[in-house]
Design a protein around this ligand. Sequence first.
Ligand code: 13P
Ligand code: SF4
Length: 304
Amino acid sequence: MAEALVTPEEVRILARERKAVILAHNYQRAEVQAVADVVGDSLELARRAAAVDAEVIVLAGVRFMAESAAILAPGKTVLLPRPDAGCPMADMITAAQLAEWKAENPGVPVVMYVNSSAEVKALTDVCCTSANAVEVVRSLGVPRVLFGPDRNLGQWIAGQVPDVEVTVWNGCCPIHDRVSLEMVREAKVAHPGAPVIAHPECRPEVSAEADAVLSTSQMIRWAQKAGEPEVIVVTEGGLLTGLAKAVPDTRFIGIIPAMICPNMKLTGLEDVRNALRDLTGQVVVPGEVASAARASLERMTAIG
Ligand code: 13P
Ligand code: SF4
């Protein structure tokens, strides 16, 4: 006999019984966002994980987010409901590659996007997210940084902080990087007058075409203030859920189906229920890696 459908109530009851908090990224499926205690961008999720007093953290997102939560909340049980939910960009730089890059550039500080592995963070001076990348680089007061793994975010930072030389690693988000200027211009023709908001993981020419370049949660706050009838949204389609909820009077135009991240869509309500019920999908970062990575993450959460 097929198993009965998982209800949101069942998930919430289990979360209470387990003394668990459910943190969901803005790109998660609508039904997962609906059962979450917090829905946010990478910076907000990292900060909430660090501050949480629950015993269990369910991180509905991708692996690097769960690793960051485990690093920032030592002693808590951190569960990734779909252990196969990765981020292809995070796999584009390994610890061995970073070690070699550092050796070739002695003394140059390393700023690493949180979309990276715990081992890479352990070799990093300071992490950043899309929400605070510019502030993080500016705060260092140095003439040059190594930035990885996202070349597009790196180029965006370079444009915002012209007195710092940003040497970028050649990685990218396959979802954001596949959006061309033509695709954005087509959306503008179809929706004349609609402003464009883009994520800094987009190609430089797409970011240059946007009215604002923002993290996912910053996009929601921007739209709340703007009160526009229509807005073109150049980021992963899951954000349309939060935007529609926060600003029901605005019509949000996504770049769909191009901008769907399969990894962000893996987690369903059943996976969240199973993780809570069976305490499966635990993410553990080994001690030495965790303490080195914690230093670079804590420097980040203190900024911006
Ligand atoms: P935000 O931190 O802006 O939510 O972005 C995370 C991410 O993975 C973007 O693809
Ligand atoms: Fe990684 Fe891109 Fe998916 Fe974000 S949208 S999790 S950067 S692949």
